[in-house]
Design a protein around this ligand. Structure first.
Ligand SMILES: [Zn+2]
Length: 194
């Protein structure tokens, strides 16, 4: 068993959540935020979600499907946004969690769009469409943490990204990678509410 995981997913992707639960050796909490926490105190909301839903999990796995985008709006995405915010929340008595994005097969062609020669450095960069039309900002910001270079190396990212097929072949390798980010320098550059 590896690190304890919380899975953030849209209802339409529940079959994938069930697959992880039933077929993979992943230590997971089977909970989902499904009602709003009513308070004006943001710290209270974060603490409450951590205590009642995320418990002692240290990695949040986000399933990225066709209905996971920021562009679908707050009403549609409020639960996954809150789950991710609470995961990134570094409070008293809890460290922020690692974030592992798993791109579901229906999104492969949308997210992985090939590579191209960079105008700035002349090298080839892979194009990975993690943005408002594929994920919520809590994920995309912490995947492409702003900097002034032409490309992102693995060390420039807090979120770890993997295709579903690679994830299910060795889930705990990717979970470990996301867990290890918590103590790397990039962990100081994350944002809870981008
Ligand atoms: Zn470049």
């Amino acid at each position: 068993m590896g690190h304890k995981c919380f899975i953030s997913f849209k209802t339409e992707d529940i079959d994938y959540k069930n697959y992880i639960q039933n077929n993979l050796d992943v230590d997971m909490i089977d909970k989902s935020l499904n009602e709003p926490i009513n308070s004006d105190d943001e710290d209270y909301i974060m603490k409450k979600i951590r205590a009642d839903y995320l418990s002692d999990s240290t990695v949040t796995i986000c399933l990225i499907g066709i209905r996971s985008s920021e562009n679908l709006g707050w009403d549609e995405q409020r639960f996954i946004k809150r789950e991710l915010q609470a995961s990134l929340y570094h409070g008293q008595g809890n460290s922020k969690s690692g974030i592992l994005g798993v791109v579901l097969p229906s999104m492969y062609d949308t997210v992985y769009t090939g590579s191209g020669i960079c105008q700035t450095c002349g090298n080839s960069h892979n194009h990975v469409a993690i943005n408002d039309s594929t994920t919520v900002k809590e994920f995309s910001y912490n995947y492409y943490i702003p900097h002034n270079k032409c490309a992102w190396s693995e060390d420039d990212r807090y979120c770890v990204l993997v295709k579903w097929d690679d994830f299910i072949s060795s889930p705990n390798d990717y979970i470990d990678k996301a867990f290890d980010k918590r103590t790397q320098p990039v962990a100081s550059k994350t944002k809870v509410k981008p």
